[in-house]
Ligand binder design. Structure first.
Ligand SMILES: [Zn+2]
Length: 466
């Protein structure tokens, strides 16, 4: 046995008061120091807007943004980590425009702490899948968005609208919603909606959502699959109520009211009264697609949720009414997304996965790739999403944009399924994930490059294979 020298602690000679973090009582101690700059050389940069790849690019990431993208090989950035990405693609970070972070992963449970614990895992898991931005359309809070922004909870940058605004007896009525796994545990879903009826009440509630920091307001104008007592065909909120909501949001400088709507009457009532976002839209017809295109209304289909509910093991967990409703919307949704593309609607990427289905998020790419060319599907999750979010720093690798990007072994404009699975069938198709100029995921050959320069900036600490 080797004898270790005895470690000793001796008291300080004088006791000086310790200064506050950063020398300033106003410092927020959890804000991380800026990441070291990154220079990607020799990168094949994916330009989604132009459906092209720009070869041999030098891309500089500093202080959370791209500061230059050029052919200049001789860029020198002090203290930078330099990567030679020869043969690799640099793709804009992905955006999922329809998520519920408090309900995505794990088995549903009663109680009010679990949704927040679940959200912490879900945010990390979504980032590990390459989603550097998500839009929550029911349940997330302003505080959660701030926690992500400040890197206290690693995750995608989060756009949120607070709770869903529903009429009594509507799709968002929390008293009548059930989880898909209801037959397993009989637990109600966590609170994610608020009820209001009549012009005065919806105006007040909309103002309250805006006060709470909503980036958008989500309403329901049709019935839904996971609510037993509202018919899919029901049309919800009166025209006057919808106008009260949309005009209040406009007056308060909000960006968008978006509506859960499956049927043509529900979509039309929403759009004719100022709504400019449609969620799901599975029963959309061609005339209504033309209306969406001519009014600049965004469509966010969610194919994966109805696909998952229609197959094992999830179909067995559904009550009969839910299985019947799901069958009505599943195949229709696949036609609707094609009609919308043909009519020039701005189509966005959404998944809507809840109650343990979050791990299927990336399969939405594979589902859409069966219906549309890969470059269109990639636009749904990048450039079109940026328009929906009204933020031109998203979905593009260009000077001034957020330094959110993926390192890929192949060109996603040719086969977008690389964003779903790798060669080995795991989540290995994406080799690197960078958000805000911080490297959070490194796999494959990119992992070796990152190891050489000191490792990851942020360790997610989750099992990414799940
Ligand atoms: Zn949803």
């Amino acid at each position: 046995m080797t004898a270790h020298p005895r470690r000793q602690w001796s008291p300080p000679r004088s006791q000086r008061p310790r200064p506050p973090p950063g020398g300033d009582v106003n410092t927020i101690p959890w804000i991380p120091a800026p990441a070291r700059p990154i220079v990607f050389k020799n990168a094949s940069v994916v330009d989604v807007a132009n459906n092209t790849v720009n070869r041999s690019q030098t891309v500089v990431l500093e202080n959370g943004v791209f500061t230059s993208v050029s052919h200049n090989w001789n860029v020198v950035v002090p203290n930078a980590r330099v990567f030679d990405l020869e043969g690799l693609y640099l793709c804009p970070g992905l955006v999922d425009c329809h998520v519920h972070i408090n309900m995505s992963d794990g088995r549903p449970s009663s109680g009010y702490t679990e949704p927040h614990l679940r959200a912490t895992y879900t945010l990390k898991a979504m980032l590990a899948r390459g989603f550097t931005t998500v839009r929550d359309v029911g349940g997330a809070t302003f505080a959660q968005a701030q926690a992500v922004k400040q890197w206290l909870t690693p995750g995608p940058r989060l756009f949120q609208g607070g709770n869903i605004l529903s009429q009594t007896g509507g799709h968002g009525d929390p008293r009548s919603r059930e989880s898909p796994a209801a037959s397993l545990c009989c637990a109600p879903v966590p609170e994610m909606s608020v009820l209001a009826d009549g012009v005065d009440a919806v105006t007040h509630t909309t103002r309250e959502l805006m006060r709470q920091g909503a980036d958008h307001v989500k309403i329901c104008t049709s019935g839904g699959v996971s609510s037993p007592t509202d018919a899919l065909k029901s049309v919800q909120f009166s025209p006057a109520e919808i106008r009260a909501i949309t005009s209040t949001v406009a007056d308060m400088q909000g960006t968008l009211v978006t509506s859960h709507a499956y049927t043509v009457p529900a979509i039309r009532r929403a759009v004719e009264n100022g709504v400019r976002g449609i969620e799901h839209g599975n029963l959309l017809d061609r005339d209504t697609a033309k209306l969406l295109a001519s009014t600049g209304t965004f469509l966010t289909p969610t194919l994966m949720i109805s696909t998952a509910k229609g197959r094992a093991p999830w179909n067995d967990t559904l009550p009969d009414y839910m299985r019947e409703k799901n069958a009505k919307v599943r195949d229709a949704g696949r036609r609707a997304i094609q009609i919308a593309e043909e009519e020039g609607v701005t189509v966005c990427f959404g998944t809507d996965l809840t109650m343990g289905m979050g791990y299927l998020q990336s399969e939405e790419f594979t589902q859409r790739a069966q219906l549309l060319p890969s470059h269109r599907v990639l636009a749904h999750a990048t450039t079109n999403a940026a328009k929906l979010l009204n933020d031109d720093k998203i979905g593009v690798i260009a000077a001034g944009a957020y330094a959110d990007c993926l390192v890929l072994p192949t060109n996603p404009l040719v086969d977008v399924r690389v964003l779903d699975v790798g060669d080995d069938g795991r989540h290995g198709g994406i080799w690197g994930v960078v958000r805000d100029g911080r490297i959070v995921v490194a796999r494959g050959e990119f992992a070796e490059l990152v190891e050489d320069v000191g490792g990851l900036d942020v360790v997610l600490g989750i099992d990414e294979a799940k």
